[in-house]
Design a protein around this ligand. Structure first.
Ligand SMILES: [Zn+2]
Length: 186
C-alpha cells in the first residue's frame, strides 16, 4: 500500500472507529448520542473528509501526494476568499501555506502539539467571523458547535498520521522484514 493510500485508509478507519465507539458508549455514559461530536447525514461526510485531509496534512513538509491535495484545497479556499473580498482570510490562508516549508520532513508538522494547535482555527474562526463575513471583536460562543465536530475530526485524522508514521509504521516494517526508515513522502 502506498504511503498516500495508507494515510487515507488510516484516517478513515480511525474516524469510523471513533464514530462507532461514540455512538455505542455515549448513550450509556451521558445519555445522548454525542451529536456534538459525530454529526449525521452530510455533516458526517464532511467530518470524514476533514479527517482524511488532516491525515494527509503532516506530509505537506515533503514531496508527497498529500501535499498536492492539501495545496489544491488551500488554493480553492484562497480564491474563494479573494472573490468575496475577504482579504484578512486570504492573508491567513497564505500564511498557513508558507509555514510547512519552514521545517524539515517529519519536523514540526509531525509533533503532537501541532496536531492539537494547527486545527484550532476550525473551532475559533466561526466564533470570530459573523454570518456575513465580518470579523467580530468579541467571540460568539453560541457558534462553538459549528466548528467543534470538525476540529475533533481533524485531531483524529492528524493522530492517525502520527501513529501510522510512528508505532504502526515501525510494526509494519518489522512484519515485512525491513528496518523502519523515513522514505520520500511518508
Ligand atoms: Zn508523515
Amino acid at each position: 500500500m502506498s504511503e498516500f493510500r495508507g494515510h487515507v485508509v488510516a484516517g478513515v478507519v480511525w474516524f469510523l472507529i471513533l464514530a462507532v465507539a461514540t455512538s455505542l458508549l455515549l448513550p450509556r455514559l451521558v445519555g445522548n448520542r454525542g451529536g456534538w461530536f459525530v454529526l449525521s447525514g452530510w455533516g458526517f461526510v464532511a467530518q470524514l473528509a476533514v479527517a482524511v485531509l488532516a491525515a494527509l496534512w503532516p506530509d505537506v513538509d515533503t514531496a508527497s501526494r498529500g501535499r498536492k491535495v492539501f495545496y489544491r484545497v488551500l488554493l480553492a479556499f484562497s480564491l474563494y476568499s479573494i472573490a468575496r473580498s475577504q482579504w484578512k482570510m486570504a492573508a491567513v490562508i497564505g500564511l498557513v501555506g508558507i509555514l510547512p516549508a519552514l521545517g524539515n520532513h517529519r519536523g514540526w508538522t509531525h509533533k503532537v502539539w501541532a496536531a492539537v494547535l494547527v486545527p484550532l482555527p476550525i473551532v475559533l474562526l466561526p466564533l470570530y467571523v459573523s454570518d456575513d463575513g465580518r470579523w467580530l471583536r468579541t467571540p460568539d460562543f453560541g457558534k462553538i458547535s459549528a466548528g467543534l465536530p470538525f476540529y475533533l475530526a481533524a485531531i483524529v485524522g492528524l493522530f492517525s498520521h502520527l501513529a501510522a508514521d510512528g508505532f504502526f509504521g515501525r510494526l509494519l516494517a518489522r512484519i515485512s522484514g525491513g528496518p523502519a526508515k523515513a522514505t520520500r513522502g511518508d
